[in-house]
Ligand binder design. Structure first.
Ligand SMILES: Nc1ncnc2c1ncn2[C@@H]1O[C@H](COP(=O)(O)OP(=O)(O)OP(=O)(O)O)[C@@H](O)[C@H]1O
Ligand SMILES: [Mg+2]
Length: 112
C-alpha cells in the first residue's frame, strides 16, 4: 500500500475530494497545515492577503490506496490542484506497511 500526502490550496479541496471519490478512493484525512516551499523569504498570496513567508496556510490531504491505484490518484490530484502559480503544493508518496480496520480486524488492501 501507498500513502499519498498532498499539500494543496484550500480552494482546491472540494474538487479534489469529488474527483478522488469518483476514482474509487474510500477514505481520506484532511489537516490544516502551514509551511513553506522554495520562495522562503519572499511573499505569497493567500485569500487576498500577502504572507511574508514564514508559514503559509495549506491543506494536507492524506490518502492510503493499494499500489495499483497510486498513479490514478496522483494524476487526479495533479490535474485538480495545479494552477501554474507558485505555491500549488506538493505530493509526497511513501510505502505503508500495514492498515488495520478496527471494526472488523481486516488488514491490508481489504482494510483500506
Ligand atoms: N520539501 C518540503 N518538505 C515538506 N513540505 C514541503 C516541502 N516543500 C513544500 N512543502 C509544503 O508544500 C507547501 C507548498 O509548497 P510550494 O508549492 O510552495 O513548493 P515549491 O517547491 O516552492 O514550489 P513552487 O515553486 O511551485 O511554489 C509548503 O507550504 C509546505 O507546506
Ligand atoms: Mg513555493
Amino acid at each position: 500500500m501507498k500513502k499519498i500526502e498532498a499539500i494543496i490550496r484550500h480552494f482546491k479541496l472540494d474538487d479534489i475530494k469529488s474527483s478522488l471519490t469518483e476514482c474509487g478512493v474510500e477514505g481520506m484525512t484532511i489537516t490544516e497545515v502551514k509551511g513553506f516551499g522554495r520562495q522562503k523569504g519572499h511573499t505569497e498570496m493567500y485569500r487576498g492577503n500577502e504572507y511574508a513567508i514564514d508559514f503559509v496556510p495549506k491543506v494536507k490531504v492524506e490518502v492510503v490506496v493499494a499500489e495499483d491505484k497510486l498513479r490514478q490518484v496522483v494524476e487526479t490530484i495533479m490535474g485538480q490542484a495545479q494552477t501554474g502559480q507558485m505555491g500549488d503544493g506538493k505530493i509526497f508518496v511513501s510505502d505503508l506497511s500495514e492498515v488495520i480496520r478496527i471494526r472488523t480486524g481486516e488488514t491490508g488492501k481489504d482494510a483500506v
